[in-house]
Write a protein of this length. Structure first.
Length: 128
């Protein structure tokens, strides 16, 4: 069964009712598939449109279309960002984000430092 709901209350009611119905059918002795279950995903309003915009931009960039002002007019999903040269600032990052990234990189370098091996000289030094 696939369903769409207009409110969180309807969604939660279905998530509660379906498992109860499955248990009732099991108790009545009906054959119930062991894999039968209920699950759901909540999508934010406009998430489909933003995902379509993201796919459009990715396809355009792969085909060699130059980033331009047309991209600034599209609402993008949270997992996509387009960077390129611009005469005007398109996005102002939050204050302190650069510092946060630098700290994260420093910690990562500290914990993921490759082991260094010292090589002994293979030849002998001849002094005249």
């Amino acid at each position: 069964m696939v369903a769409a709901f207009d409110s969180r209350r309807e969604f939660d009611a279905c998530l509660q009712a379906v498992p109860e119905e499955i248990e009732r059918r099991k108790a009545a002795g009906e054959q119930v598939d062991a894999h039968e279950h209920v699950s759901g995903t909540v999508h934010d309003p406009g998430s489909g449109r933003r995902a379509a915009n993201g796919r459009l931009v990715i396809r355009a960039l792969r085909r060699g279309v130059a980033p331009g002002p047309w991209m600034n007019e599209l609402e993008m999903p949270s997992n996509i960002a387009v960077f390129g040269p611009s005469t005007e600032p398109v996005h102002q990052p939050q204050r302190g984000l650069g510092q946060l990234i630098r700290r994260w990189l420093a910690r990562r370098r500290r914990h993921h430092r490759p082991t260094r091996t010292r090589h002994k000289p293979s030849g002998t030094l001849m002094v005249p």
